[in-house]
Write a protein that binds this ligand. Structure first.
Ligand code: SF4
Length: 207
């Protein structure tokens, strides 16, 4: 099922039975980023916090295992799925191997998703933990910074366990989400998901 098909299948939530969303803590404004700042500048994500028919569970996998602030880390040798399969590693910019820690944090995020019966994960894209569409390929501080299509480690574990993960840049999917939360919300048909924008298609040579 595509993201949009899944979002269209979501129920209309109520105050008594709110929609249960797992969210990257930094997207909600919590200062758990690697440099001790938040990523709370995305209205597309912040909007979910405004509704009393949504219950949001905030979690930062990297902070769980490594604290904040911390070194920047990226996946080397593959995507988050490859880290889960033991084929790639999570390394810090100075070369420390944080693979074991991110696997523990991802397991904790999955545990929250299962315990809280979440219906959707809204996570920060590009992150080596939370990314769902695009992540860095190797160290983002190198002169030759490279992106790859793929999920971060925590997202990959959620996806592998059947959860739907969208990012704050999946604007078309978010439009559907907000129309479910508020049936009077008018969907903007011009909005696109991250994999539909020109940058994505050009960068990954998909056209
Ligand atoms: S690990 Fe996820 S929640 Fe934590 S700062 Fe990075 S993107 Fe945000």
């Amino acid at each position: 099922m595509t993201d949009k098909e899944y979002l269209n299948s979501l129920r209309i939530p109520t105050k008594d039975n709110p929609l249960r969303i797992l969210m990257s803590a930094c997207l909600s404004g919590i200062t758990c980023g690697w440099d001790g700042t938040a990523n709370g500048e995305y209205p597309s994500a912040l909007k979910v916090l405004q509704y009393d028919t949504v219950k949001v569970f905030k979690f930062c996998p990297e902070e769980f295992s490594f604290g904040s602030p911390r070194e920047m880390c990226d996946i080397h040798g593959g995507t988050g799925f490859d880290v889960l399969d033991g084929k790639a590693k999570l390394l810090t910019e100075s070369g420390h191997d944080w693979t074991e820690g991110i696997l523990e944090a991802s397991a904790q995020m999955l545990k929250i998703a299962q315990q809280e019966n979440i219906e959707l994960a809204l996570l920060m894209d590009i992150s080596a933990a939370c990314g769902s569409q695009v992540i860095y390929n190797g160290n983002r501080f190198s002169d030759n910074k490279v992106y790859q299509i793929g999920a971060g480690v925590a997202s990959a574990l959620l996806i592998r366990n059947g959860y739907k993960v969208i990012s704050q840049r999946d604007y078309a999917s978010l439009e559907i989400l907000y129309s479910k939360i508020d049936p009077s919300y008018p969907i903007d048909p011009t909005k696109l998901d991250h994999h539909e924008i020109d940058w994505y298609k050009k960068y990954f040579k998909l056209r």
